[in-house]
Design a protein around this ligand. Structure first.
Ligand code: BG6
Ligand code: MG
Length: 210
């Protein structure tokens, strides 16, 4: 029996892809590193530092840990200023309706996001108060596909993993959910994963599964 649904944030609740792209692009251009939307796509669900490592695959120059920290900090500064433009209009289709229906059924709702900016994003789109629990990039050491983020969300909820469902748009997120025994619901890109328990086209389909 499912008692809680843990939602990934970026790509499930709100789309921040293009803002990440713009901020990484500025950093990559400054260092003359090739970066495009295809590479950006590979950064979904991946932590900030691991994202930087993927971007640096295109660089012939080796960077020290300190230089990498400076690059990631500068990208994040630009990203956070781009986030100021985020608002309710950026909430993905049917999110509010689905959250309200789950809550009406007595199912608790949580966020399980690799982003360290998750609370800021939720505040910008006016959904911060709606979630019972938020587990984000500040709570973990290992990012998806490691299950740590979802284990942390379940702990905060006080609900065991086998009573939790996860909604994810990244293949790594589906792997993470299955690694801790949760029901894995795939949307968008995550539908490619053969580990998903369910593949949905529309967020409202969750209501027929839970
Ligand atoms: C994930 C995004 O939610 O958060 C990734 O899908 C991003 O693209 C990651 O790299 C970390 O985000 P932040 O805000 O901590 O840099
Ligand atoms: Mg995502």
């Amino acid at each position: 029996m499912i008692k809680a649904v843990i939602f990934d944030l970026d790509g499930v609740i709100v789309s921040t892809d293009e803002l990440h792209y713009q901020a990484w692009k500025k950093m990559a251009d400054a260092h003359d590193i090739e970066f495009n939307h295809e590479i950006n796509h590979r950064l979904r669900g991946v932590s900030r530092m691991a994202s930087l490592e993927i971007i640096l695959e295109k660089s012939s120059k080796l960077f020290s840990q300190e230089e990498k920290e400076v690059m990631a900090t500068s990208k994040n500064k630009d990203y956070v200023s781009l986030l100021q433009s985020l608002s309710k209009k950026d909430i993905l289709p049917h999110v509010k309706e689905v959250l309200m229906s789950l809550k009406d059924k007595g199912i608790r709702v949580a966020i399980g996001s690799s982003s360290k900016n998750a609370k800021l994003i939720l505040k910008q789109i006016g959904l911060l108060e709606l979630f019972d629990v938020i587990a984000d990039g500040n709570d973990i050491i290992h990012s998806k596909p490691d299950p740590e983020i979802f284990v942390k969300a379940a702990e905060k909820l006080g609900i065991s993993s086998n009573h939790c469902a996860v909604v994810e748009d990244a293949v790594a997120g589906i792997e993470a959910a299955k690694a801790c025994g949760m029901l894995a619901i795939a949307i968008e890109d995550a539908r490619k994963s053969n580990l998903a328990d369910y593949k949905i086209n529309d967020l409202r389909d969750i209501l027929n599964l839970i």
